[in-house]
Write a protein that binds this ligand. Sequence first.
Ligand code: COA
Ligand code: AMP
Length: 635
Amino acid sequence: MANKYDEAFEKSIKDPEAFWAEAAEDCHWYKKWDKVLDDSNTPFYRWFVGGEINSCYNALDYHIENGRGDQAALIYDSPVTDTIKKYTYTELRDEVAKFAGVLVDQGVQKGDRVILYMPMIPEAAIAMLACARIGAVHSVVFGGFAAKELATRIEDAKPKVMVSASCGIEVKKVIKYKPLLDEAIELSSSKPEKCVIFQRPMETASMVTGRDVDWSEAMARAKPHDCVPLAATDPLYILYTSGTTGEPKGIVRDNGGHVVSLKWTMNAIYNVDAGDVYWAASDVGWVVGHSYIVYGPLFKGCTTILFEGKPVGTPDAGVFWRVISEHEVNALFTAPTAFRAIKREDPNAELMKNYDLSSFKCLFLAGERSDPDTLQWAENSLKVPVIDHWWQTETGWAICANCMGLHQFPVKHGSPTKAAPGWDVQVVDADCKQVKAGDIGALVVKLPLPPGSLPTLYQNDARYKESYLDEFPGYYKTADAGYIDEEGYVYVMSRTDDIINVAGHRLSTGAMEEVLSDHSDVAECAVLGVEDNLKGQIPVGFMVLKAGVTRPNEEIVKEVVKMVRERIGPVAAFKTATVVNRLPKTRSGKILRGTIQKIADNKDYKVPATIDDPSVLGELEETLISIGYAKARKE
Ligand code: COA
Ligand code: AMP
C-alpha cells in the first residue's frame, strides 16, 4: 500500500500544479495566483504568477492575527555574550515593523537592494524581515568573508543601504566588522547611500558622518511600517554562493514559491508544527540560516533559535545539549562537522548526561556528506532518528530527505534517502542518458524545479542557463555526482566541479587559485580539497615558483596564506600550501587535480593514460608525505 510519501511524491511529479496549489492554500495571499506554474518561457519557470503575497506578513503578522502573538517567535541564545533574549511574535513584529520604517527613512523602496553584513544577533533576522516587509531585496553576506568578497557582492547587487554591526564574536575573539565594511565600500565602485550600524557593547564602531546611521537612534525615531503586497515572482533575496570562479553567483529567491515550499517542508520533512521549537545551528549568512533560522520556522509558527556560539568551546562540547534542554528544542538541524567537533571533545557523550533531552525528537544533518561514523555516534548517543538530507543554496530546501512528516523510511547510512516531493532526481551519463540503478553519474533534476528553488541568477539569465541548464538539456545540473540504488535511495558522492565543503561552508578552489596566482613568485598552482577529520575537507595549495625565485619557500607560503585570508576570508581555512617542482599534467597541459587529490587522500589511483610525465607523481607523493598528507604506498 502506498504511504503518504509515495502519494505526495507521485502527485508532485505527475501534477505539480495541483500539488503546489494545495500547499499554497496554507499561506496568506493578498491575491491568489492566476497561474500556478508559468512555463511559457522555458527553460525559465515561474511559480504562482499573478499572485500577491508578503513573506514578512506570512512569517509574523499572520500568526499574531491567528492567536500566536504571545508565543516565542525567536530565542536568541548567545553563550559568547552570556545572553538569552526571547521575542514573542508581537515583539518581533514590532521590531521588524520599526526597522522597516528605518529603511524607508533611509530612502529604501520596493526592489532596492540592502546588503546585510551581520553577526548572529537578532538584529540580523530583524533586518531581513524588515526588507521583506517593504519589498526590498536583502542580500546577507557571511561575516567570515573578507572585505574583498563583500566588495564583489556590493559591486554586483548595488545596494542602496547596508546594515552591519560593530563586531562579531568568534568564541572569545571580538571581530571588528565595521573596518571590513568600510574597506569593502572603498574597494567597490558602487557605493551605498547609507549604512545602518548596530553598536554592540563590546566594540564601538567609528561612524562616517553623513553616511552612517546608528541603529538604535534610527529605531527611536522610526515609525512602524506595514507589509506591502508584492508579486509572488518579486525577488525576496539574493544570496551569493561560490561558483567555479572568483565571481560568486547571485542566487535569487522569489516570494511566493519560497513561502509555499518552506512552510510545507516544516511538517513534511521536519515533522514539526506551529508551536514547536526548531533550531538550525547555522549562520544567517548561509542558505540554511535563511531557510531554517529565519523563514521556514516563522512561516510555520514555530519558535526558532538564533544561536551565537560554536558546538565546542562556548563553553564546551555540551552547549548543544544545554540549548536543546533549556529551550525544549524538538528538532535540530546542523552540519556533520559540528557533530565531529563534539565527538572529538566528548567521545562518550558524557556531557549529554547533564541535560534533560526529552523534548528532542530528531536530528537533521546537511551541508556536506555525512560520514557514517559521525552519524552512528549521533544515533547511539542521542537515541533519536538522525536524518541526513541533501540540498544546495540554489535549491533553498532539500532535494532528498527522509520526509519525517510523511513517512519514515529505514535509514541507510551514506544516503540522504529519497528524492523529496517536487524533485524528479535522475542519474545521467555525459550524453544525458539515464544510467542503471547503482551506477554513478551526474545527479540532475528534471525541469521544472519545484517552488522555492532559484528562478535565475541575479541579473544574469545567461549565466544561470550556462551553469545549470545547458549541459543536460531539460534538466537542472546539481554539479554533484552520485547514484540511486534499486530502492530509490540517492547517494551523493562528490562535486563534479571545483567546489569544496569546508566545515559545511561552500568554497571555490578556483577562487583560491586566482589568489595564489596573483603572488608575484608563483608560476602556476592548484588548490584542492583534501579530506579532514574535523572539517570534512580543507584546502591545500600546491605552487610551482617562477624560475629564478630564491626566497625561502616558507616565506612565500606564509604570504599566500595571508593573501587568501585577506581576500576571501578566514572562513576559507586556507592554512596549508607547499612549493613543488612540477605539477602533474596531461600532455595538453591540464593539471591532473583528481590524481593529486587521490594521492593526498591516500586513495588508490591509476596513473592517467594522458599524463605527460608519470615520474612527477612520485615526487608529489613525497612532498605530500612531508606535509602530513598521503602515506607511503607500497608497490
Ligand atoms: N565572522 C568572522 N569570522 C568567522 C566567522 C564569522 N561569522 N565564522 C567563522 N569565522 C572565522 C573563525 O574565527 C576562524 O578563524 P581563525 O582562522 O582565525 O580561527 C575561521 O573563520 C574558520 O571558522 P570555522 O569554520 O567556524 O572553524 P573553527 O575551526 O573556528 O570551528 C567548527 C570548527 C567545526 C566548530 C565550526 O566550523 C562549526 O561550528 N561548524 C558548523 C558548521 C555550520 O554551521 N555550517 C553551516 C552550514 S549548515
Ligand atoms: P551549499 O550550497 O553551501 O548548501 O552546498 C551545497 C553542496 O553541499 C551540495 O552540492 C553538495 O555537494 C554538498 N551537500 C549538501 N548536503 C549534502 C548531503 N546531505 N550529502 C552530501 N553532500 C551534501
